[in-house]
Design a protein around this ligand. Sequence first.
Ligand code: 5GP
Length: 117
Amino acid sequence: MPTIFAKIVRGEIPSDLVYQDEQVTAFRDISPVAPTHILIVPNKVIPTANDLTADDEQLVGHMVLVAKQIAEQEGIAANGYRLIINCNEHGGQVVFHLHMHLVGGQPLGPMILKRGS
Ligand code: 5GP
């Protein structure tokens, strides 16, 4: 079954597209947690970070560089931002098509919950 993100990559369902090239697609999260919340996804389906192989090394590096470029375009680079890849249940992953969250536009607070909270 294609994921919702695979359909967005192929333009089969609408999205607020920010960037696309032959390797990755970036679009605004439908439920943003901050003023800027953009998802950078590989065009090919890789379900989770656990499924990455050495062959994907360049692709993952490209995802980070695209995130950096988008952060500059969004005007959030100087103040800073956060890049997040959630993996599986404990990581809170809900869409099983690898994606990197680019989140910023406000102070983001602590990186993770404190133990026990
Ligand atoms: P995850 O928890 O898997 O790392 O994050 C999935 C993200 O995808 C969530 O932040 C969620 O709001 C976003 N999302 C889920 N469905 C859609 C959709 O159809 N369109 C867009 N633009 N974002 C989506």
